[in-house]
Design a protein around this ligand. Structure first.
Ligand SMILES: [Fe+2]
Length: 209
């Protein structure tokens, strides 16, 4: 999968109907095709004239965004952040959710919170109290400690020096057509779809560095 310009939309790792009934086929399909597709296109359009940055990955574009030219900094950070978070969001779900965290995530949750249930309580509280559009991110800081971080708009924890482990989309397009403003019901559906294997692999690769 090409990880630099010209960016391609990642394949959806399941069929749009695979997460039903929690996430409807219509919801996932529109979200993936219209929303993520638009951000990929806009990011490519902004970067097109700037060949210097055509070898940069999404992470690099976000992390080093302060060094980008004034003219494109805001748009690159916005769209690269959106693409990066959407990739994490879609790959962080699976129709075959394992139902509970594996060893590394479970241990980190106990160290940083009291349990993984407390992690979810923190994420739910952040989701229901987020004003405006954004993301709720479970991230690992440089010491491996887990934190729940609300990220307004398309800001990411990467620029804060933290690696996202699980990402929840709290833009209205992610839930409104199915759940209206019932954030709790949307959150419950997301929890039932969490891909714990995906989160575990991220933490394992962090521990190797
Ligand atoms: Fe989204």
């Amino acid at each position: 999968m090409k990880s630099t310009y010209e960016f391609l939309q990642i394949p959806l790792p399941y069929s749009p109907a695979a997460l039903e009934p929690g996430m409807s086929s219509r919801l996932i399909s529109a979200h993936y095709t219209d929303c993520l597709g638009a951000h990929v296109d806009k990011l490519n359009a902004v970067l097109a004239p700037y060949k210097t940055y055509h070898r940069a990955t999404l992470r690099e574009l976000i992390m080093f965004s302060p060094r980008l030219p004034d003219k494109i900094r805001r748009d690159v950070r916005y769209h690269a952040g959106a693409v990066f978070h959407h990739n994490m969001f879609f790959y962080g779900m699976t129709p075959d959710s394992q139902g509970a965290p594996f060893k590394v995530l479970s241990t980190a949750a106990k160290k940083s919170f009291a349990s993984f249930d407390d992690v979810l309580r923190g994420m739910r509280a952040a989701a229901t109290s987020l004003h405006g559009s954004g993301w709720v991110v479970l991230a690992a800081d440089s010491t491996g400690r887990l934190r729940v971080v609300p990220c307004p708009n398309n800001e990411t924890t990467l620029v804060m020096g933290m690696t996202p482990v699980l990402v929840l989309d709290m833009w209205e397009h992610a839930y409104c057509s199915q759940y209206s403003n019932n954030i709790d019901a949307y959150f419950d559906a997301w929890v039932k779809s969490i891909n714990y294997h995906f989160a575990e692999e991220i933490l394992i690769s962090l521990n190797k560095h």
